[in-house]
Write a protein that binds this ligand. Sequence first.
Ligand SMILES: Cc1cc2nc3c(=O)[nH]c(=O)nc-3n(C[C@H](O)[C@H](O)[C@H](O)COP(=O)(O)OP(=O)(O)OC[C@H]3O[C@@H](n4cnc5c(N)ncnc54)[C@H](O)[C@@H]3O)c2cc1C
Length: 50
Amino acid sequence: MPSSNGSQPAAPTVAIVGAGFGGIGMGIELRRAGIDAFTIVGRADGIGGV
Ligand SMILES: Cc1cc2nc3c(=O)[nH]c(=O)nc-3n(C[C@H](O)[C@H](O)[C@H](O)COP(=O)(O)OP(=O)(O)OC[C@H]3O[C@@H](n4cnc5c(N)ncnc54)[C@H](O)[C@@H]3O)c2cc1C
């Protein structure tokens, strides 16, 4: 959606908390939507959850 001054809005920058199933899936869907400006942060040393 264009911003109020008619220009295209800047792409969002997204922070995803948790590198488990949901967080990784969110990253995949953001990429599919053309949004590459995201960071996944996790509590554990690697990816995965439960
Ligand atoms: C034994 C077992 C078998 C399963 N088998 C299946 C199956 O066959 N098919 C299926 O569909 N589902 C299965 N599930 C369920 C599935 O694993 C969960 O539904 C799914 O992992 C939940 O995803 P989630 O992203 O909500 O949580 P999680 O995958 O648990 O990810 C949460 C992430 O957030 C991080 N985190 C937590 N707190 C913080 C914090 N404060 N700051 C930063 N990071 C944080 C954790 O370290 C973790 O990486 C199984 C679950 C179990 C326990």
